[in-house]
Design a protein around this ligand. Structure first.
Ligand code: 5GP
Length: 188
């Protein structure tokens, strides 16, 4: 166990503080203002991608100055710290409700973009009026798809992160701050 208060242990890995709760709060408020400028005359439908975006979504919708609908969708593509490359939509998507609506997909993090690319194409089939993407985090150097990235909280390097909704094998989601895998930790 580390004696450094900025360092935590989850399963077999050490993580150090990366983005604090105060920094997150300030950035999420800014993102809420940006969305409020663009959606002030509209009632969009947020589609948070579960489980990772639950905390971000709860803060973001309260920072938005417009009324909106919510459709929580369960998706998975990661096992441990590795993307499987296979995306599955597990629950929550009711496509009939999206026709003619302004859709805002809410992601915790975009890494390769595989999950989002798959999801955007799925949503397009339901003929919404518009589709925008909001993600708290983006790893730009990992991105492999041409995705419209409208609202991004932070661009970060390719290290694995946990906290504020993001997990490592089920744990770490409830941490209020975001942590990064400690350099020197073996990623294998
Ligand atoms: P992508 O499909 O863009 O490669 O990966 C997106 C999904 O992978 C995210 O929604 C998240 O579930 C997971 N993911 C990608 N990078 C990380 C990371 O650094 N930490 C955690 N906890 N999950 C990640």
């Amino acid at each position: 166990m580390s004696s450094n208060p900025n360092e935590i242990q989850i399963h077999d890995k050490s993580f150090e503080i990366f983005i604090t709760r105060d920094e997150i709060r300030a950035r999420v408020v800014e993102m809420g203002w940006e969305l409020s400028k663009d959606y002030k005359e509209k009632n969009p439908i947020f589609i948070p991608v579960m489980n990772g975006s639950f905390m971000f979504t709860a803060d973001l919708v309260r920072a938005c100055k417009f009324d909106s609908e919510l459709m929580f969708v369960g998706m998975s593509s990661y096992i441990g710290m590795e993307s499987t490359g296979e995306v599955s939509i597990n629950y929550g998507l009711d496509g009939q409700l999206l026709k003619g609506k302004d859709v805002i997909i809410v992601e915790d993090i975009i890494d390769t973009g595989t999950t989002l690319n798959h999801f955007i194409h799925t949503i397009e089939d339901f003929e919404p009026a518009s589709i925008a993407i909001v993600s708290l985090l983006l790893k730009p150097t990992a991105l492999r798809f041409d995705i419209p990235l409208d609202y991004i909280g932070y661009k970060i390097p390719e290290a694995f992160v946990v906290g504020y909704g993001l997990d490592y094998d089920g744990l770490g989601r409830t941490l209020p701050d975001i942590y990064q895998l400690t350099s020197g930790t073996d990623e294998e």
